[in-house]
Design a protein around this ligand. Structure first.
Ligand code: ZN
Length: 62
């Protein structure tokens, strides 16, 4: 199966990880603390920040 890039999204989607501690998402590049409210994201927030195709959930590591 061929997966083609989404043409309406020129930028690479930002990677987010699901957090088992706070049950929200964090940017994959985020290395801070769950208590950092600005970096505790819900899918709705990600949609409004990056658009529905602008972020992608990846496997995180603890
Ligand atoms: Zn968290």
């Amino acid at each position: 199966m061929n997966l083609r890039p989404i043409s309406s999204s020129p930028c690479k989607p930002v990677s987010v990880v699901e957090c088992g501690s706070c049950n929200h998402m964090h940017l994959a590049s985020f290395t801070g603390d769950c208590r950092d409210n600005a970096n505790r994201l819900s899918p709705e927030q990600l949609d409004s920040h990056y658009g529905g195709n602008g972020w992608i959930l990846v496997d995180g590591q603890d």
